[in-house]
Design a protein around this ligand. Structure first.
Ligand code: PBG
Length: 324
């Protein structure tokens, strides 16, 4: 059928019919809210490069998460800010049983037993070099880092984390983590693996939030080349084989094709991370009056879901909860 028998605009003629034929809708079932936690009490520090986003001390975080839960948010992804004097090259603070991360996990699970608590597993916030693994010379060492990451994941599980999310991109770390969890009978702890994590400039504001920028070099020897997509397929398949329950693609908006390709390949749930730079670009443009913030939030998140993401980690989670 061709024009005038077919007229596509009939399906767009009013908001009710548009919503009836809409293929993709956002729901609070989709979202994971990243949270930044810092030592001390009574602290809410706005992050300079992430307008409207803050780091919280545990007491303030509990207050904030109360609001998130009331808004229908079901999962948080916790990142800890580590003071400079506790950073080293062995991850000793990452393995501290009384460290900020285990304390935060316990506080969250005591106050919100039904909240899904996910934790970032990587060395960079704890590393004197700002790298995701152990550094020797100028090399980011793979195998010794796996051991450490597995211990870190175990510590989070012991503190009560429901999910651990390795974001380091070392080879073999999902298997390392899974085996250690099994050995210690944490059979129900989930692994959401950052499987296709690209060496992206869009992490800039996040590194500002945690003061975790690499002290030398870059992350291109472990994070993926933005030019590649077949390599992403290899990464996600390997992580599923090694025991990942959910795989993640990161960043989101510049990698929608990767999300789509992985969706066609795998049957496990797929998460996408709308990263700090994606957040800050929208915030900056909206702050300047160059685009409508609410529309930009909805459009960007809808695209990510349309591409195939089942879960979305986004700094706009609270905003979208209010919008929906
Ligand atoms: C650390 C980590 C990073 C992000 C999540 N975990 C930064 C990096 O790899 O340098 C980025 C998140 C964001 O930009 O929002 N392993």
């Amino acid at each position: 059928m061709s024009f005038p028998l077919s007229r596509f605009r009939r399906l767009r003629s009013g908001s009710a019919i548009r919503s009836l034929v809409r293929e993709t809708t956002l729901s609070m079932d989709d979202f994971i809210c990243p949270v930044f936690v810092t030592e001390g009490e009574g602290k809410r520090e706005e992050i300079g490069s992430m307008p409207g986003y803050s780091r919280f001390s545990i007491d303030e975080l509990i207050r904030e998460v109360e609001l998130l839960v009331a808004l229908g948010i079901k999962a948080v992804l916790v990142f800890a800010m580590v003071p400079e004097d506790k950073k080293d090259n062995t991850g000793s603070e990452a393995l501290n049983q009384n460290g900020l991360m285990p304390k935060t996990i316990k506080a969250l699970k005591i106050n919100f037993p039904d909240l899904v608590v996910m934790t970032d597993v990587a060395l960079d916030p704890y590393s004197r070099y700002g790298h995701d693994g152990i550094v020797r010379g100028h090399e980011i060492c793979n195998d010794p880092s796996i051991d450490l990451l597995a211990k870190m994941a175990l510590l989070h599980a012991q503190a009560g984390a429901d999910w651990v999310a390795p974001s380091d991109m070392m080879d073999g770390r999902v298997a390392g983590i899974r085996h250690v969890l099994e050995r210690h009978h944490f059979t129900q702890t989930g692994i959401m693996s950052y499987s296709a994590k690209y060496a992206s400039c869009f992490y800039g504001p996040f590194r500002d939030a945690l003061n975790s920028a690499p002290g030398f070099g870059d992350k291109k020897t472990y994070q993926m080349d933005p030019a590649n997509v077949r390599e992403a397929l290899k990464e996600v398949m390997t992580d599923v084989d090694e025991g990942a329950d959910i795989i993640m693609i990161k960043p989101a908006l510049a990698y929608l094709d990767v999300i789509w390709r992985v969706k066609e390949l795998l049957t496990v749930p797929i998460a996408a991370y709308q990263v700090s730079g994606e957040y800050s670009m929208i915030k900056a443009a909206a702050g300047n009056g160059w685009l409508n913030e609410e529309e930009a939030i909805i459009e960007s998140l809808t695209s990510i879901k349309r591409a195939g993401a089942d879960l979305i980690a986004s700094y706009f989670t609270k905003d979208i909860a209010k919008i929906l």
